[in-house]
Ligand binder design. Structure first.
Ligand code: ATP
Ligand code: MG
Length: 619
């Protein structure tokens, strides 16, 4: 089936362009653009919807919170990942949204592991999720370094809630086969058919449910279902399953349980026990909201849960061009060795983005800029890159790097200076330090008879408009001297091996009179005497298709075979001392980061391309 043309949104912020100290993405005093969620929260606060709520100091049932204090948090939101993989850029949107709303409205955001699905979860994922949320700059559960909440801690309450529903006539054990249940559920045009088990008495159902828990039946033999309405136009209300038999060891509760709650039952209860006010999820859960509300109403009737209940709101998930945002599919890339692990700099995981050179401020800015809406769309990848550029423009120290080196020899150097002479040079680390801040110490390096320049900066026969090195033309070696190109040496095959030039005396940058010789271009360079070899990893998009997995496409087919190119570059000496994870602007090339894993300070410089200086997508 042909795909409809993607509706791709591209966003930039004209107010925050180069060299201007932009409003920091993390500052809280910046006026945030409003959105429908902010409007809802503001109106709830104005109407006092949640005033009078009690907070028992920890998650709990109605009685627990009744014994507590008036809730010091004006609102409570939550970020509830399932610990079945590493977080990705879509989760970053949700994290910034939920933690950001709590921060902006005097609330608290909970980090909760939605670990009700025993098979797929692992503590490796739990730890990496904690690290990622912390790295993005957020604190959860109202105290620094608080333990995250875990849905599995609520299994006892969930069981109690299920028992209550059975006793109140709102749930029954269904022994139909999964196939019978599927057929009897009906479809959009056809009402469902009641299960023959639907009218069992509460006592019969309770006995059966206890037997389910006690392990008397094999996996899948029966389920507990809510008793709502088999004719409801919303299929989710046609007696949804709320508990199933599943013999699996859980990473938190071990083998205590052989029955586990279904997500749709567990999630509203988790929210309510934690006194969440605004439960924000992605649009695909919209049809689940009536069940969410039904369940809350029943459990409040039974005095199990405190009132008012949480309310669910839906927003459009993030779709980013050239990117996959599904933990399962990202896991496939890792386990099939299409990438080098979860933190491969090509991965849209938070650990991958971090290793690529992304900063928390850039991701927060991105989340802010794309905003929240109620309709699905695709965000152009360049929007994300623009946010990183904007953050790094002001912060990343500059450095000279020659990515495709060729040697340039100044043939008159020995006469102008002396054989072997090295002239010290310096350049600012930050040409435009943010207002009110001390500029960082300058970079120091030296120039001698031979320097490395980029191959692209020389043309024997210049194309029209070319302003850099060609025979007879003068350029400035940035931060050094003006030179005049005199030609080049070639090997037997006619490939040029060295560029030849003469140095123009008395033109050293920053010395009196140095500007009297006019040039049309300045090029970056690295001294042969003190330049350092560095491994540089040039990354490109991981997929060639803008929507790699849309409409069930096999995303493996559109993997970009050239998404990683490793080169040896020449870099100025200061860069060898970069700290792992430190960002730089390699002047004229782009933003690079010292690799957090492989870069060894002083001895083995390794840099990753984070983003180019200009937007090159689609070109
Ligand atoms: P995945 O399909 O990658 O496993 P998920 O939604 O199943 O994603 P969860 O761990 O359940 O992953 O998600 C935690 C939270 O992150 C949820 O509230 C979910 O709505 C949100 N989230 C996940 N993906 C996106 C996305 N692409 N855009 C915005 N929010 C997202
Ligand atoms: Mg999920």
């Amino acid at each position: 089936m042909a795909q409809p043309p993607p509706k791709i949104r591209r966003m930039s912020h004209p107010a925050n362009t180069h060299n201007k100290p932009a409003a920091s993405a993390v500052a809280t005093d910046v006026v945030k653009p409003s959105n429908f969620l902010r409007q809802i929260i503001e109106s709830d606060l104005a109407n006092g919807t949640y005033t009078g709520r009690q907070w028992g100091g920890s998650p709990g049932d109605a009685a627990h919170h009744a014994k507590g204090q008036p809730d010091p948090a004006k609102i409570r939101t939550r970020f509830p990942p399932e610990p079945n993989g590493y977080l990705h850029i879509g989760h970053a949107k949700s994290i910034c949204l939920n933690f950001g709303l709590a921060r902006d409205y005097g609330g608290v955001c909970h980090l909760r592991f939605d670990d009700t699905n025993p098979e797929k979860e692992d503590t490796e994922y739990v730890n990496s999720i904690i690290d990622s949320v912390k790295w993005l700059g957020f604190e959860w559960n109202g105290a620094p370094d608080a333990a995250p909440y875990q849905a599995s801690d609520y299994f006892d309450f969930m069981y109690r809630a299920a028992v209550y529903l059975i006793e109140a006539g709102h749930a029954y054990v269904d022994e139909q086969t999964p196939e019978q249940m599927r057929v009897n559920r009906g479809d959009f045009g056809k009402p469902g058919v009641d299960s023959p088990y639907r009218n069992h008495t509460p006592a019969e159902n309770l006995a059966r449910f206890q037997q389910m828990r006690d392990g008397l039946y094999p996996d899948g033999a029966m389920v507990l279902r809510a008793k709502i309405d088999m004719a409801s136009p919303n299929i989710n209300l046609r007696d949804p399953a709320i508990y199933r038999i599943r013999r699996a060891t859980h990473h938190n509760t071990g083998d205590k349980w052989c029955i586990y709650p279904m997500y749709t039952f567990a999630h509203p209860i988790e929210d309510a026990l934690e006194q969440i006010t605004h439960s924000i999820c992605t649009l695909e859960f919209e049809d689940q909201r009536p069940f969410y509300d039904w369940l809350m109403a029943r459990l409040i009737e039974g005095s199990l849960l405190a009132s008012p209940p949480p309310h669910q709101y839906e927003f459009a998930r993030l779709n980013l061009t050239y990117v996959i945002t599904s933990k399962r599919k990202l896991a496939q890339l890792v386990y099939d060795h299409k990438v080098n692990g979860w933190d491969d700099p090509r991965m849209p995981t938070i650990v991958g983005l971090r290793r690529r050179g992304y900063t928390p401020a850039a991701l927060q800015l991105f989340a802010e800029r794309i905003g929240v809406t109620k309709s699905d769309s695709w965000i152009d990848y360049s929007t994300l890159e623009g946010c990183l550029r904007e953050d790094l423009e002001l912060k990343a120290h500059r450095g000279f790097a020659v990515l495709n080196p060729v040697k340039l020899v100044m043939t008159n150097w020995d006469e102008v200076f002396a054989p072997g002479h090295l002239e010290p040079c310096s350049q600012p680390a930050l040409p435009h330090p943010p207002e009110g801040t001390e500029p960082p110490p300058a970079r120091h390096f030296s120039i001698g008879k031979e320097v490395w320049i980029d191959r692209e900066d020389f043309e024997e026969v210049p194309p029209k408009g070319y302003k850099r090195l060609f025979p007879g033309n003068k350029v400035r070696l940035k931060g050094g001297y003006v030179i005049e190109c005199t030609g080049c040496n070639k090997d037997a095959d006619g490939n040029f091996t060295e560029v030849l030039a003469t140095v123009v005396p008395d033109t050293k940058s920053g010395t009196p009179g140095s500007e009297t010789v006019k040039v049309k271009a300045a090029i970056t360079w690295v001294g042969v005497a003190n330049g350092v070899n560095a491994e540089v990893r040039l990354y490109d998009r991981l997929f060639l298709d803008a929507q790699p997995d849309a409409g069930g496409k096999d995303f493996i087919e559109s993997l970009n075979p050239n998404s990683l190119k490793v080169i040896t570059a020449k870099v100025e000496p200061s860069l060898a001392n970069a700290l792992p994870g430190q960002n730089f602007q390699f002047e004229r090339h782009g933003y690079f980061v010292a690799d957090r894993v492989d870069h060894v300070q002083g001895t083995k410089p390794v840099f990753n391309l984070a983003v180019g200086l200009k937007d090159s997508w689609g070109k």
